[in-house]
Ligand binder design. Structure first.
Ligand SMILES: C[S@@+](CC[C@H](N)C(=O)[O-])C[C@H]1O[C@@H](n2cnc3c(N)ncnc32)[C@H](O)[C@@H]1O
Length: 294
């Protein structure tokens, strides 16, 4: 066999041609069609977006064109770009994601921001991330607070495998992971901070995109009780797991803030307030467990 027969011949297609083709193919299904196309071409060619832009005359090999078109088709069918790439950037981290975990969203960075405000830079406190999924919240806190002891839990063993892999790859393996529902795997330990982005969407919610429901884990999205069951379970268990003056920080849906504030106040939390995401919607609500509950 000669070298000529081993190498895949180049096509006439350049990166610019393929990105234009991809952006057109994804236009009807994605609000970021061109970016998606660039990222997927990067995946198929193992080249960065910058490298693709810097070499407009490059001819893309036939097998790479085929791989790209197959990724485009999967994207057209609604698969999240993050699952196709196998990674998602979150906070300062690049996390591995698989269909076993929710793709971490930018608004969840607001949970991290609030958590860090409650954990001073040199803090040696302990923190709990309930429903950790890919490990996003726990690992972002760990990256910023090297002396905080962090426990992260999830009911999904498959999700925890992804989270543990992320912790190891990022050198953040001091984060502990345990499997189980809400506080079951936690024991009697109390924390200075509990953070969570639990499932909070009601079944049948018309705001939930069908492609999200079709591809991301149902257990990560839907909650009973009009979407409040998980949030209520977390609030109910928090007093037994928070230290005096400890904080509970919760992500929730954009229409859930006012009821959530009521639930926290009824449970005895103080300094209850909500925080808006970049779109101006209240998406994170927090409260402090008093040193002397009434
Ligand atoms: C919305 S995802 C959040 C994942 C991650 N924290 C993030 O922000 O990307 C919700 C997570 O809750 C987990 N979960 C669902 N029911 C649970 C339960 N009863 N106990 C613990 N975790 C649960 C799911 O497995 C999923 O990983």
């Amino acid at each position: 066999m000669t070298l000529q027969t081993v190498l895949t011949p180049p096509t006439d297609a350049t990166p610019a041609d393929l990105i234009t083709e991809g952006a057109a193919a994804l236009d009807a299904v994605s609000s970021s069609a061109r970016l998606d196309a660039e990222l997927l071409l990067g995946k198929a060619t193992s080249l960065s977006r910058t490298a693709l832009r810097m070499s407009p005359e490059r001819r893309v090999a036939a097998d790479q064109c085929a791989a790209y078109r197959s990724l485009l088709e999967r994207r057209r069918q609604g698969e999240p770009v993050a699952y196709l790439l196998g990674t998602q950037d979150f906070w300062t981290l690049t996390l591995t994601v698989t269909p076993a975990v929710l793709v971490p969203r930018p608004e969840t960075e607001l949970v991290v921001e609030r958590a860090l405000l409650h954990l001073p830079a040199a803090s040696t406190a302990s923190a709990l991330d309930l429903a950790t999924g890919s490990g996003a919240i726990a690992l972002a806190i760990a990256a910023e607070r090297p002396h905080v002891a962090i426990l992260a839990t999830d009911v999904s063993v498959a999700a925890l495998d992804v989270a543990r892999g992320n912790a190891a790859r990022l050198g953040l393996d001091r984060v502990q992971f345990r499997a189980g529902s809400w506080y079951d795997p936690v024991g009697p330990q109390r924390f200075a901070l509990i953070a969570s982005n639990p499932p909070y969407v009601a079944a049948g919610d018309p705001n939930l995109e069908p492609a999200v429901l079709a591809h991301e884990p149902t257990i990560a999205l839907l909650a009973d009780g009009s979407g409040f069951a998980a949030l209520e379970a977390i609030i109910a268990g928090a007093p037994a797991h928070l230290q005096p003056d400890g904080w509970l920080v919760l992500e929730h849906g954009w229409q859930q803030a006012s009821r959530l504030r009521n639930l926290l106040e009824l449970a005895g939390f103080r300094h209850v307030r909500s925080h808006a995401d970049l779109a101006g919607h209240d998406r994170v609500t927090e409260g402090q467990w008093p040193a002397k509950p009434e």
